[in-house]
Design a protein around this ligand. Structure first.
Ligand code: TNX
Length: 521
């Protein structure tokens, strides 16, 4: 429903809609229109607040119903309100309206417009992905208690005004290492929920490494059976793997939240677990011992053996078949046990295999040394501010996702006292994670070649969900803002982040209370 006249509304519904001129009350909104992470493009506060009540309905056309369902699921637990989803709201009913339609090319596929009036929240976008992004903004405009899992008594107000918003980069990613310690499908889903709040739209799953193999591959069943056996995590802790059904379910769950899964099988290095399961993948045909330490750079596929390429093609084919997203990550990092010439031989055959199965090849930035990488995406994880090999590949067409280890690696400790995490790339406090620009970080790679940014979370020291959350939050929010927002302002981010703390508390998220931030509550 559209109610253009706030004054008329005030006359019609004096009890539920505050007139625009009402004096500020003690129940004034706790949040302001500007307190959103990532920072929106345009924020124009003004006008009366919207009040969510037990009579509020969610209006959505059939095509936007799944987004409306996500919104209702997000708002029902804490409010206890029914929030029915209807195709058309009755007149004068307080409504949150979700509509797709032409709202301008500037907003693209992920942008949205949000208008908050006394009796209506009007959310519009070109597509459902944009509506979903707007829903995440709307959640942050409600009081922090909206994230509680059981009913709370609150005035559920949304500050009045308008937001126009759309992303800076197309790729805003997070990565979770399933290999060093396996994290269950439910844990991955919880992480998807947590990152989707910050408009992250890719989740890269590191599915195989020296310690373990975490995805069912039917043509090579021992990969998961042996490589995913109990005890295959670092220090012999944990183990496990995703069945194809579980993986497909995760892909769907992520897609419902506008997140695309990017699977990674790391090769030609990081393959000890595969070689334990299939000794023919070594040059001498002898199985290496299983490894649960955290060394890197000691294993390699046998570049001269044909079975290597049968293996690689089978894995790529099966992964591509269960992955609707455009990217397939083939690792390529830290191949110290592969000679440089062998590395090039390997990538020359393997990069095109990804295209053969309809996917865009994606790898760590070392792949840029291979000419076939010109059609690929390279993920930059180096510490330097230039990289001649990558820059040369970029001139041939390679595109870049930025994950500098000393800025964007969520597994690095915050400071020497941090109980978990590694520190080889340096300590990364919140401000360090925030204070850089993915578009200009590499002096020899133009911003136009940068697809976006990703925050990897390696799991050598992470066993539980609480460990994941402690290292990811709040830094993931910083990286997400670099990916989404064109504005960049530490003081603004710092105060919005401080205000976000109670939301993580309400969700039971074990975030790190950095002393750089004045946490509210
Ligand atoms: C380097 S970064 C790795 C991983 C480790 C990580 C730990 C990269 C592409 N490879 O094998 O898990 O450091 O921080």
């Amino acid at each position: 429903m559209r109610v253009p006249l706030a004054a008329l509304l005030a006359l019609a519904l004096p009890l539920t809609a505050a007139p625009a001129a009402a004096a500020p009350s003690p129940a004034a909104p706790a949040t302001t229109l500007g307190s959103v992470i990532p920072a929106p493009v345009e924020v124009r506060p003004g006008g009366p607040a919207f009040r969510l009540t037990k009579g509020t309905v969610i209006e959505a056309a059939a095509t936007a119903r799944t987004v409306a369902q996500r919104l209702a699921e997000a708002l029902r637990p804490a409010t206890g309100y029914p929030l029915p989803i209807v195709a058309r709201a009755p007149r004068f009913t307080p409504v949150i309206s979700l509509a797709t339609g032409a709202v301008g090319a500037r907003l693209g596929g992920e942008g949205y417009r949000l208008g908050v009036r006394a009796n209506e929240v009007d959310l519009r976008a070109n597509s459902n992905a944009g509506l979903f992004a707007g829903v995440q903004t709307l959640r942050q405009l409600l009081p922090a208690a909206i994230d509680a899992s059981t009913p709370r008594q609150r005035r559920w107000t949304v500050p009045g005004g308008d937001i126009v918003d759309y992303p800076r980069f197309a790729y805003r990613g997070a990565m979770l290492d399933e290999a060093r310690h396996f994290h269950s499908p439910d844990e991955i889903k919880r992480y998807i929920d947590e990152i989707s709040r910050f408009k992250v739209n890719y989740l890269h799953l590191h599915l195989a490494d020296d310690q373990g193999w975490r995805i069912q591959i039917d043509s090579w069943p021992r990969l998961a059976q042996v490589g995913g056996a109990p005890g295959t995590g670092v220090d012999g802790v944990g183990g496990g793997y995703l069945t194809k059904a579980q993986y497909r379910d995760l892909v769907r769950y992520a897609a419902d939240r506008y997140i695309t899964i990017v699977p990674e099988i790391d090769m030609p290095g990081h393959v000890n677990a595969a070689q334990v399961a299939y000794p023919e993948l070594t040059c001498d045909g002898v199985a290496p011992p299983p490894r649960t330490d955290t060394d890197v750079g000691y294993s390699s596929l046998c570049i001269g053996k044909e079975v290597t390429y049968r293996f690689v093609e089978d894995v790529i084919r099966e992964l591509a078949a269960m992955t609707p997203g455009p990217y397939l990550h083939i690792g390529g990092d830290e191949a110290q046990a592969t000679t440089p010439a062998d590395y090039l031989t390997f990538e020359k055959r393997v990069l095109p295999l990804v295209a053969k199965y309809g996917k865009t090849a994606y790898g760590w930035n070392e792949i840029a040394a291979a000419p076939a990488a010109r059609k690929a995406v390279a993920q930059y994880w180096g510490l330097d501010t230039s990289n001649a090999t990558l820059a040369a590949a970029v001139r041939q067409g390679t595109r870049v996702v930025m994950s500098p280890a000393n800025l964007a690696y969520l597994d690095q400790k915050y400071n020497p006292q941090t109980p978990i995490g590694l520190d080889w790339a340096g300590y990364i406090e919140v401000r360090t994670a925030y204070d850089w620009d993915p578009g200009t970080r590499l002096s020899d790679v133009p911003a136009a070649a940068v697809l976006g940014v990703e925050a990897p979370l390696w799991s050598e020291t992470l066993r539980k969900m609480a460990d994941i959350e402690f290292l990811a939050f709040p830094r993931l929010a910083a990286i997400a803002e670099l990916g989404w927002s064109r504005s960049h302002d530490w003081n603004s981010f710092r105060s919005r982040l401080g205000a976000y703390g109670p939301r993580w508390d309400a969700q039971g998220v074990n975030f790190y209370r950095s002393t750089q931030i004045d946490w509210v509550g």
